[in-house]
Design a binder for this molecule. Sequence first.
Ligand code: FES
Length: 164
Amino acid sequence: MKEDKNLHDYEFTNDQYSQLDEIIDKYGKSQKNLIPMLEKIQQILGFIPISIQERIAQKTGISENDIYGVVSFYSYFTMKPRARHRIQLCLGTACYVKGGKEIAETIESMLNIKQGESTPDGRFTYEEARCFGTCGLAPVMSIDGNVYGKVKVEDLEEILSQYK
Ligand code: FES
């Protein structure tokens, strides 16, 4: 994954780099501030590609591996730009056994993308997630933070059509 060349190929404006450096200065070099610092950076840039992780490492002295480890571990963080709408489908145990897998396959075929990818028109990013803590509503899906419970395959078209 780290060798994925596409993850290096993003360009940012000088203004974005200045904002980035301000955030890094504000949070300092302590590893315990790494997660809040990355959250802030993602709010500004939208995602945290490898090139940005390298810059953070250079300026803070925190190792690139540690930064990469955090960004790749938490599903909140992304190394690729996201589309306008973010679909997160829970594939935790309860959701999986109550039809989550079929919903996953249907979303992938409707949008013609795989989990972790975005549609070429920039409309949807589709991600699989772990338990949302609302297993009683399984299977559960969230779009831009709006939670849909007891989702059925036949509901998907109607739900997705609400997001342009
Ligand atoms: S397993 Fe899906 S919400 Fe808990």
